[in-house]
Design a protein around this ligand. Sequence first.
Ligand code: THU
Length: 131
Amino acid sequence: MIDQELLNRAFKNLENAYAPYSNYRVGACVKTKNGDFYDGANIENASYGLSNCAERSAIFAAYSKGVRKEDIEAIAIVCEGKTIAAPCGACRQVLVELLNGDTPIYLANRSEQMETTIEELMPMSFTGADL
Ligand code: THU
């Protein structure tokens, strides 16, 4: 079942997006198994490549407080576009590293919701096990 409280927090985080270049706001939120929330939004830069996606903002906020993959219950990523925003390739690589393969990832816009995992989004990924 998709966690509506977590999605609502991610939608609230859209307000904090800093997206003056794309005008495309994304919100995210990580929920831990002990009920803590870590918020994120996309933060852009005039040097476009330095922009940070919402899901990376949220998961970096969690890790910065000492949260690790085994502590994470789920992550939500939301937007207000016509289609659901699936994580970009760079974020998938980050999520492969920082999430368990089967941790729920909730994706939503204002009219649609779905649940997936990083295992499903990024099969045959490159990880520390390959080094
Ligand atoms: N973006 C995210 O924050 N997450 C996604 O999953 C897709 C894209 C951001 C990056 C940029 O600030 C804006 O959306 C347009 O690409």
